[in-house]
Structures are given as structure tokens and as C-alpha cells.
Write a protein that binds this ligand. Structure first.
Ligand SMILES: O=C(O)CCC(=O)C(=O)O
Length: 220
């Protein structure tokens, strides 16, 4: 995989995965990748079984709790450091391994790790950022599965500042590929209106050859 542009492997033959009209980007979305029933069963199972951690990061010299719980899973080489925090991957649980295999079969990308984020309610979120760390390689393909409460997900086009918001539904799949991470930041805004929980799973591929650079950027 070293020197292979991930997006060259990516294909959207999956019926139901529709391209979104975002300039300079390759983003596609399928609202019902998992049935409502499967997504609801899975969120409960993951809430109960993953080794969730409340991490703190250093922001302007101060220790701050990030507004969500997280759990990192994948192949043993997929370690990462972000904001001074080094995370060793937990093994891939069966339920996540099945999703990973289905995504690999459908999208053509050999995903080998997943970041699980649990937003306990609308007061949890994620600031605007790009998934552009060197170990993700050129033009990374990020497959993002959403479970639970529907939340607003925002894209900010860096050259123009233009924002595009989409709703990520329970059981949906969002795929970001091509130049998306170069031209856009993305994030999940907080809202007082939502009290239900949501889990998001971002499947990624980290090359064993590139993992020495491992350092995810500051996601606050
Ligand atoms: O929760 C989401 O939909 C966003 C997650 C995300 O941006 C990330 O894991 O990098």
C-alpha cells in the first residue's frame, strides 16, 4: 500500500451510496447503510462493551477534557499520538470487524483501524479539523458510520470559507475520499436540542510503513 493513493482503490459501486455536490471533494452518503434496528442494537452493544475513555488534551498549556468518550481499535501497528496522548489500539471486536470487512468489500479499501466516538448528548461534539495526518497516506478514504441520535455534520471549504451542513442519520454511511481532507475541515457542532447519545465509527487505513509518523491532529 505504500505509495498507493488510497482514493485510487476506492469505488462507489455500492448501490445507495450517492455523491454529494461538494466542490474540490469526493464525499458520498448513504442514509440507510444499516437498518434502523441493526443500528439501534449495535449502539447499545458498543456502549456496553467498548473500553471507553475520557481523554484530556493540552490546549494552550491547560488540560481540557475532550467533549466525548473515545475508543481506538485496530491492527497492532496502528498506534497514534494526539495532543501528547499516545493511544495503543485495542483489538478489533467482532462487531466492528464485521463492519470493517463489509466496508472493505464494498469500497475496495483495506481498512485496518477505527476510532469510535461516543457523544453522550448534544453537549458533546468535535471541532472543525481535517483527517490529514501523514500516516493516513495520500488522499485517505475515511468511512464514517453513524449510530443513534441524528446530528449536524459541517464541512468548511478552506479556500472560500463556505460551509455545507448535512444531517448524519442513524445507520448512515458517509465516505470522504480524494482531496476532501486537503480542501475541507469537518466537525460535529454541539446543540442543546439533542439529549440522546450517538456513536460514530470512522474506519481508516494506516500503512505499517507510515505509522512511525503517527500523530492525529488536535480534535477538540
Ligand atoms: O462524529 C463524527 O461524525 C465526526 C468524527 C470525526 O470527524 C473524526 O473521527 O475525525
Amino acid at each position: 500500500m505504500l505509495n498507493t493513493v488510497q482514493s485510487d482503490l476506492f469505488h462507489t459501486s455500492t448501490p445507495g451510496l450517492q455523491a454529494l455536490p461538494l466542490k474540490d471533494a469526493q464525499v458520498s452518503y448513504q442514509p440507510d447503510w444499516l437498518s434502523e434496528q441493526a443500528a439501534s442494537t449495535l449502539i447499545t452493544q458498543l456502549q456496553q462493551s467498548l473500553p471507553w475513555r475520557q481523554d484530556t488534551i493540552k490546549l494552550y498549556g491547560k488540560s481540557v477534557s475532550i467533549p466525548r468518550l473515545q475508543s481506538w481499535h485496530g491492527a497492532p501497528h496502528c498506534e497514534y499520538t494526539y495532543s501528547g496522548l499516545r493511544m495503543k489500539p485495542h483489538p478489533m471486536p467482532e462487531a466492528l470487524g464485521e463492519l470493517q470487512q463489509r466496508l472493505t468489500d464494498e469500497l475496495g479499501v483495506p481498512f485496518n483501524c477505527v476510532l469510535a466516538n461516543w457523544y453522550r448528548d448534544g453537549q458533546d461534539g468535535m471541532g472543525l479539523h481535517a483527517d490529514d495526518e501523514p500516516e493516513l497516506g495520500e488522499e485517505p478514504v475515511i468511512a464514517s458510520v453513524s449510530l443513534g441520535a441524528e446530528r449536524k455534520f459541517s464541512f468548511k471549504h478552506l479556500p472560500t470559507g463556505e460551509r455545507t451542513d448535512i444531517q448524519l442519520e442513524n445507520g448512515s454511511l458517509l465516505v470522504m475520499a480524494g482531496q476532501t481532507q486537503r480542501f475541507y475541515h469537518h466537525g460535529l457542532s454541539k446543540t442543546r436540542k439533542i439529549i440522546d447519545g450517538r456513536i460514530n465509527l470512522t474506519f481508516r487505513y494506516i500503512s505499517p510503513d507510515l505509522c512511525k509518523y503517527t500523530s492525529l491532529s488536535n480534535h477538540n
